[in-house]
Design a protein. Sequence first.
Length: 574
Amino acid sequence: MSAFPTMRQQWILLFLVVYGHLIGANPIVSGNSVLTEFIILHNNDMHARFEQVNKNGGACTPEDVSRDKCFGGFARIAHVVRKYREEAKNGGAAALYLNAGDTYSGTVWFMVFKDKIASTLLNKLHPDAMCLGNHEFDLKIEGLVPFLNAVNFPVLVSNVDFSKEPELVATNKLSNSTILEVNGTKVGLIGYLTPKTKEDYINKVEFSEETVSINAEAQRLKDQGINIIIALGHSGYHKDQEIARNCPDIDIVIGGHSHTHLDSNQPVADKDDTHPEAVRGPYPTTVVQPSGKKVPVVQAYTSTKYLGKLHVQFDANGDLIKFDGEPLLLDASVPQEQDFLDLLDVYRPNITARGEQIIGHTKVYLEGGNMCRLRECNLGNMIADSMVYARMLENKGGEYWTDAAIALISGGGIRTSISKNAEGSITFRDMSETIPFENRLFVTRITGKTLLNALELSASIRNRDSNGGFQQLSGIRVEYNYDLEEGHRVTSALIRCAECSVPSYLNLNESAYYKVVVPEFLLNGGDGFHLIESKDPFTELLEQDDKGALQQYLQGTHFVYPALEGRIVIKKSN
């Protein structure tokens, strides 16, 4: 029998193409196989950027607006999503819109309106599905429940057991997976979330390893005849690739959590490149399973600056035969949907007065965001200094200047930079978007050995996929050598004295005790840190939380001009 189609077969194939186009089912024909084609639009780590932002993810000023230097925001996302959904109705490829978690936390909008604004605006975007992100737990279980009760789309997570949290169970909104119908074909979506959420947020929710849970749920979907399966999750780029490699039934991985910028049109950055938008891989990143099956992995950076667009084609057996795509830059050339702008204006009066309150002034650019996860940043220096300053004002040092001369703060908690405007003013909104998580501050007394272990962990975290635990410092000067083995990278650590007439730096003494100011997140074991001694522990709550400490520091100084001071010296690996 000939391998080539007869004339009659060719006419039949041509008819199927034309008929499919007319009815909007969008089949594509190759040989004797009918394919399913669709577009996936996706966001991750939106972090409450409900309105447009500047290039760094901070507030978009009137000057930025006048120069067309604003990006993202829900109104632009809505324009693109609606455009592709409308094209699908008119015979174009079907379009899915997926959210890979962390819509919570990041701006004064969320600080004031919390779950209400997140659920209201996401409902207007109406994603086909969303997975939970770790920051959806920022307001504990009681802050997640009303969000789940309000949303009108599937919320997915397969590797979490929430049976011991009856309020979560009662929402009846969390599922391992959901099934969508695309062009008459059933497509399964499975959610997942990093188990690290358990370490960072103390609750009765239990986590399982992602690949084990995904494989179990994928098999359940396969048993129902679902042959196309997408993993939608929030565990970071490296874990996304591991899932793509080790979950044989998964066809596509849509990820989040690590704020990874992927782009096939730009070279992948050197691993030591600290630019916040350094390209970490191609879009899509292709992972090849042991069987030879190719699985695309995608993310879309953070803060709504980009919208991922992945175009896929499957054959009649549910095998992925073609994929391509790109991150769409949502710059000023992308229109904003007016109904979203109008809705934001309804909320705006309640945040304007508070957000525009001037709390300080700067003479320099205050660099935060992703930079603080990779090296010393001057905004990290200032925030850490404000924590020591807050403790100093409590006058707990007796005859000495303070009892706690050092402070640690995770770089991942410094979410954006603060630009210097003409007046140099720093607003409450700037502060709220920089440190949005409302951490109480504590003094903890630990040994030099425990402090050294914390610095070693910080050094190790820097090279991880999710590197938010890289510590910014006050009262410490540390040198890391990445030619050395993990756990042995601290080659020098100098510690500022507290019990001294004139503050100076001395070599870290492993047997001595030091009082350290830390956010509650770190004290509770966030990012894997252990900063409470098992023997004779001591902790004390400060009068100010992190925002209060920073505001107090700014108001006590007419102008700030924090510098890079060599607090963290990094020797690059060969």
